[in-house]
Write a protein that binds this ligand. Structure first.
Ligand SMILES: Cc1cc2nc3c(=O)[nH]c(=O)nc-3n(C[C@H](O)[C@H](O)[C@H](O)COP(=O)(O)O)c2cc1C
Length: 288
């Protein structure tokens, strides 16, 4: 099972703090939240990738977003030298500002650029080491199916498909029929993603990519508070100021809102302005 990238949530500090829970749930790999592959930016300057892949049992695959094949090449060379064995291209980000600039899901609308990005990825990382995370389309769920022949030209490691269109953002039904059409036309491994429960295989026995269901499940743990405290401590070491730490904690706890133990508490948490206030609401978590 692959841990889906959730920007602001499944960040390196989170993966390190929650490593035992991640492994116990059955994850063997995590795709990082996206890092920009832009001219002039060093991917290893990003906290996400600085220090290399680490030596833990969870395989870490850096994900890049961009539309410039030369910048992607340069970034991939850097991460390969730093010890990462695999890398991923974001072809799914649905945000209009990103998409309209031809990045994320917007790249589905420029097949020539997409082809050159895939070429760059497979060339630098090598056969079976470069993967893609993608939506079913921008507006319509049959756009990806039409692009499968293009993806099939490359020795990709896998295609992880979030079974929604970009237009849907993160809500509405997943379209698993459209997903199956892509899976049957694609030559490479196609991994389902979108609203799946924490389970290493889906009903068809396929390896899965899971994000929010796992994050939610952390709120059900008896040691959720202790883990939050450790996350706060680790975050304080890398962020300047309590406000930034608090923002990070809130971003995680927001996923626990639907849980009975957290729904009332969340109303107080969301208006906290300091870590001290936070520790009053979740008193067993912070010892500082
Ligand atoms: C807050 C948030 C941040 C996300 N960040 C990324 C990202 O950086 N890269 C990416 O490919 N997908 C990103 N996604 C999409 C998720 O990886 C995943 O495709 C989506 O949440 C559906 O899977 P799930 O229902 O198992 O969470 C993000 C989703 C959310 C909700």
């Amino acid at each position: 099972m692959i841990l889906a990238p959730l920007r602001g949530v499944t960040i390196r500090c989170f993966r390190e703090t929650f490593a035992d829970a991640i492994l116990a749930a059955g994850f063997t790999e995590a795709v990082t939240p996206f890092v920009s592959a832009m001219p002039g930016l060093d991917p290893l300057a990003d906290r996400e990738l600085a220090g290399g892949p680490g030596d833990g049992p969870l395989m870490v695959t850096p994900q890049f977003i961009g539309k410039d094949p030369d910048s992607l090449r340069r970034c991939l060379r850097r991460v390969r030298e730093a010890g990462f064995a695999t890398a991923d291209l974001n072809c799914g980000c649905p945000f209009p500002m990103v998409r309209r600039k031809g990045r994320g899901s917007g790249i589905l609308r420029t097949p020539d650029i997409l082809r050159r990005m895939l070429e760059a990825g497979c060339e630098v990382m090598g056969e079976g080491r470069f993967s893609v995370k993608v939506r079913l389309g921008v507006d319509s769920p049959d756009e990806l199916e039409r692009l499968v022949p293009l993806f099939n030209e490359f020795p990709l490691r896998r295609l992880a498909v979030h079974a929604r269109t970009a237009r849907q953002m993160y809500a509405g039904e997943c379209d698993w029929q459209a997903f199956e059409r892509v899976a049957s036309a694609a030559k490479m491994l196609v991994v389902p993603n979108g609203d799946l429960p924490v389970a290493p295989v889906d009903a068809a026995g396929r390896e899965t990519m899971v994000g929010r269901a796992f994050i939610r499940s952390l709120g059900e743990r008896e040691d959720a508070g202790e883990l939050l405290a450790r996350y706060a401590e680790a975050s304080r070491r890398e962020l300047s100021g309590d406000r930034a730490v608090l923002g990070r904690l809130k971003e995680l706890v927001a996923y626990w809102r639907p849980l009975p133990a957290w729904s009332r508490r969340w109303n107080a948490i969301k208006i906290c302005r300091t870590l001290d206030e936070f520790s009053l609401v979740v008193p067993w978590t912070l010892d500082h």
